[in-house]
Design a protein around this ligand. Structure first.
Ligand code: CO
Length: 468
């Protein structure tokens, strides 16, 4: 090997790492002191926004996610900032009108995002069109992520054909998003080799350590020519998070894939996060159960997060003894639903329906609203057709949608603006409200109350008293 091709790294410590290990609870205050050092490493990008971070900062941390983004941008002058975006669902759980999607993309880029990673839980590219176009228009980097999954339909031909479509859609790069850690090392060789010969745009790989194979998978993928890999600084790496940044950097040192990153600088960054990891372990926020290898994800092809959801649903129903029956029902439901990938929100929908099928003692005797919506085409098109008998049993003769689902969602920005006008302090507030109406309203009230408190203490100071 004479040609050198340094592999690039996206650092996930500010987004996926803490979403996967500590329920997305890292605060802006915790992040800011280390951003300048992270910026010096020379990362391909710093993933710091989107996914569950938006909801968690409003709901649990009483923080404005837009302000977090601006503050990070202020300190990360060189490194592109990256976010995760759920296609037409943006960062929420329902499809939004095109005007909301466009405005969200516009404001994300205006506030500091450079790379938008966009995915759909069914890999229905029509659900990504609006976000990709908006991103192109705002001169952002539009990356389309393919939700990686296994099954008869997911052949190398399937992946290369969809990759070509993505390139033609105007995406700037492709990510293989392996949320469950199912991509095995030698399969990664095959997949990356096939994709690299099918398209010209860069290929990035995102996986989780859940099943224990992730760093080997990265090694094979890098040897096969993958351009970028997603890693997390060691204090919040492994387990349900990503492979450790320092380990991958050291692995490729002196090879044609050498990142050139400074290990001393990485060590300083790890030193910053380590005491916080200890704190999280002590408080129970970081559960040692999430840090080992969960081999069940490989056996049942179910993401780690979905396994813990199933356990808690069964516990609520007093049916914990049905755990293994439900695990065996999951792939059958998935098959009935056109063999869809299992990622938010399809993972929750398939999981809940599997629980109902087992607990009710008859398949599809009880059906969730979301199951009906999936089988009516409201989430989009699946790789294989739905099971017609199941479809009939769940939705009867109701109409099945075949168009792009968002074509049936009218523009809604004006209505949303009118609903929240009394709370508006910045343009972006309407977008927080659009995604999480109740949670955002609570946050706006909290913000108002904080301000009143501050004004009162300033008035007190003027009167010669001390602020409390
Ligand atoms: Co992830």
């Amino acid at each position: 090997m004479s040609q050198t091709k340094p592999v690039r790294i996206t650092e996930t410590i500010l987004r996926d790492a803490h979403q996967s290990l500590i329920a997305t609870r890292m605060s802006t205050e915790r992040m800011l002191p280390i951003v300048e050092k992270l910026d010096q490493v020379g990362y391909h990008s710093l993933e710091c926004w989107g996914g569950a971070t938006f909801d968690a900062s409003l709901r649990f941390l009483h923080e404005d996610p837009w302000e977090r983004l601006r503050k990070i941008k202020d300190k990360a002058k060189k490194t592109p900032l990256q976010m995760l975006f759920r296609g037409q669902n943006i960062l929420g759980y329902r499809p939004y009108g095109d005007d909301v999607v466009e405005y969200f993309v516009q404001k994300s880029i205006a506030n500091g995002i450079d790379i938008i990673r966009i995915f759909d839980c069914l890999n229905d590219l029509r659900n990504l069109e609006t976000a990709v176009k908006a991103s192109n228009k705002e001169k952002g980097h539009a990356q389309i992520a393919l939700s990686y999954t296994l099954g008869d339909a997911y052949t190398l031909d399937y992946w290369t054909n969809i990759a070509k479509e993505i390139e033609n859609m105007g995406a700037d790069s492709i990510c293989i998003k392996d949320m469950a850690g199912l991509l095995l090392p030698y399969k990664a060789t095959e997949l990356v080799t096939a994709l690299k010969s099918a398209v010209r745009i860069p290929i990035q790989l995102h996986t989780h350590y859940t099943s224990g194979v992730a760093s080997m998978t990265y090694m094979k993928a890098v040897e096969a020519g993958v351009d970028v890999i997603d890693c997390a600084m060691s204090p919040f790496a492994l387990g349900t998070s990503q492979p450790a940044t320092e380990v991958m950097v050291e692995t490729f040192k002196g090879t044609p894939y050498d990142t050139g990153y400074d290990q001393n600088l990485l060590a300083e960054i790890a030193d910053y996060f380590r005491p916080y990891r200890d704190e999280c372990l002590e408080s129970g926020l970081l559960n040692p159960k999430n840090m080992g290898v969960n081999i069940k994800t490989l056996l049942y092809q179910v993401p780690g997060g979905m396994l813990s959801n199933l356990t808690s649903q069964l516990k609520d129903l007093g049916a914990e003894d049905k755990y293994y029956e439900v695990l065996e029902e999951v792939p059958r439901v998935r098959k009935d639903f056109g063999e869809c990938p299992l990622v938010t929100p399809s993972s929750q929908i398939v999981g809940s329906q599997a629980v109902m099928n087992v607990v009710a003692g008859e398949r599809y005797k009880m059906v969730t609203k979301e199951t009906k919506d999936v089988l009516s085409g409201k989430y989009g098109k699946t790789v294989k057709p739905f099971n017609p008998e199941v479809q009939k049993k769940c939705i009867g003769d109701a109409e099945v949608i075949t168009c792009r689902p968002a074509d049936l969602v009218p523009n809604e920005l004006e209505t949303l603006e009118a609903e929240m006008a009394q709370y508006k302090e910045q343009d972006e507030d309407v977008l927080s409200y659009a995604l999480f109406p109740q949670v955002a309203t609570d946050f706006f009230k909290y913000r108002e109350a904080q301000k009143t408190k501050m004004d009162a203490s300033v008035a007190d100071t003027k009167n010669g008293a001390y602020p409390v």
